[in-house]
Design a protein around this ligand. Structure first.
Ligand SMILES: [Zn+2]
Length: 155
């Protein structure tokens, strides 16, 4: 069981959605961001499934809460892109709950192998992961608050 905290995938997906503004590119960039983030050194190496679940369960609940909060805060016209970015960024990790509850992953073997192999992880990196969450969250909210770009400036 490996991976960056789901919360960080969701928050970076929100930032992408806020910047991309259109759902399809936001979704595609969200998926790409998942693998890019997983390839960065991160927290992990749980040792036991129990330890993993002690982090993964609250992380899953927090990321769902973050998704709902950000979707609610996003201006209506930007909500579809923000949701698409968050869903795209979270989607590759569907294999984790699926494996735990149903015993299989929904992805092709090659994807699972790639997903496992790219991850450099170590214990004792919780602070990096929390700092990243704060940065992604703040950047996403800042991007959402910025008014949409206008074609013509004031004369
Ligand atoms: Zn992952």
């Amino acid at each position: 069981m490996k991976g960056v905290l789901l919360t960080n995938h969701v928050l970076s997906g929100a930032l992408i959605g806020a910047l991309a503004r259109r759902p399809a590119p936001a979704f595609a960039a969200g998926v790409a961001s998942h693998f890019a983030l997983d390839a960065v050194p991160h927290w992990g190496d749980w040792g036991s499934i129990r330890r993993f679940l002690q982090v993964a369960v609250p992380d899953g609940l927090i990321s769902l809460g973050a998704m709902g909060t950000i979707a609610a805060l996003a201006p209506a016209e930007r909500r579809p892109a923000v949701l698409a970015g968050m869903i795209g960024a979270a989607l590759p990790d569907v294999d984790k709950p699926s494996k735990l509850w149903f015993g299989f992953t929904p992805w092709p073997r090659a994807v699972d192998k790639f997903h496992q192999r790219i991850q450099p992880e170590a214990s004792g990196r919780a602070h990096i992961e929390l700092l990243a969450a704060a940065c992604f969250g703040a950047a996403a909210l800042a991007a959402l608050r910025r008014p949409p770009a206008r074609c013509a400036g004031p004369r």
